[in-house]
Design a protein around this ligand. Structure first.
Ligand code: AMP
Length: 280
């Protein structure tokens, strides 16, 4: 596996590959890799000739400095995991490489997708995401980029970004990978105690309940009942539970369009997000 830390070295390699007609697949991550990330890499490997994984903990998407400080950084084991799945290129730039002249983001009309849920609770988060993803897209110019439905709102925003910029990069959504307990895999899970981790399985059980309830109840009724169930558990600090359409990410009053349930909650001081498709 090749390991690059600058856009220049990476670009020289990619130019050669592109001249030879290679299809380039890009999997952006913040490291502390787990099976969820690896599933994106596997999908890329099936669809592309060269699979490139970036590891960069992007400071501009953290609205909370403590969260940024505590974000797990496990470069050595990440590189071993990437080798083991035969990733072709690992790209690990530092902050100066990604932002040589400060943090200027060019505005993009995200049609309000960045104002709800994660956007509302983490002000500036999606500005940082868009900034870093577009910086990487411009430099790397991959044919395809792979994003997990775990971060469904992010995926919707990246699709919007590519449309807005008239970019030809194909955005490939990948399904959520879960632990046996149902807990969505996340780099943040390592910060949970054993007890926290097993209690966090409650999140998925509530999403599954919402899914089966969507066959007979209205969104508002489901939202109310799930919120009440979370309120009964001291371990959780629920930030939001919403049922939204998948196109505009706006709360719905009936199940007439494809919808998902989305939530964010804190447990043991760790912020977790998850979502599930309801009626499609
Ligand atoms: P992150 O390192 O958390 O920024 O995630 C990098 C990419 O992996 C994003 O596209 C995430 O949506 C995706 N991802 C993270 N966790 C999972 C998971 N459990 N299943 C599928 N994809 C995931």
């Amino acid at each position: 596996m090749l390991v690059y830390r600058t856009f220049k070295e990476l670009g020289e390699f990619l130019d050669l590959q592109k001249e030879n007609g290679a299809i380039i697949g890009f999997v952006p991550t913040m490291g502390a890799l787990h099976q969820g990330h690896l599933s994106l890499l596997e999908t890329s490997k099936k669809q592309c000739n060269i699979t490139l994984c970036s590891i960069f903990v992007n400071p501009t998407q953290f609205n909370n400095t403590k969260d940024l400080e505590l974000y797990p950084r496990t470069e050595e084991s990440d590189l071993k995991m990437l080798e083991a799945v035969h990733c072709d290129v690992a790209f690990l730039p530092n902050v100066e490489e990604v932002y040589p002249s400060g943090n200027i983001a060019s505005p993009v009309n995200l049609k309000g997708l960045d104002k709800v849920m994660e956007g509302a609770f983490r002000p500036g988060h999606f500005d940082g995401v868009v900034q870093v993803v577009w910086r990487f897209f411009e430099e790397i110019q991959p044919d395809k980029a792979f994003f997990g439905e775990k971060d469904f709102q992010q995926l919707a925003i990246i699709k919007r970004l590519v449309k807005e910029k008239n970019s030809k990069i194909e955005i490939i959504p990948c399904p959520i990978l879960r632990e046996k307990s149902g807990l969505a895999m996340s780099s943040r899970n390592v910060r949970l105690s054993d007890s926290g981790r097993s209690q966090a399985a409650f999140i998925y059980s509530k999403l599954l309940e919402a899914k089966s309830a969507s066959e007979k109840q209205l969104p508002a009724e489901i939202v109310e009942s799930v919120k009440a169930d979370f309120a009964l558990r001291d371990t959780f600090k629920l930030e939001y539970f919403e049922i939204c359409d998948i196109q505009f990410l706006q709360p719905v009053s009936s199940f007439t369009t494809p919808t998902r349930a989305f939530l964010a909650t804190e447990i043991e001081g760790v912020r977790l997000i998850d979502n599930i498709a309801l009626n499609y």
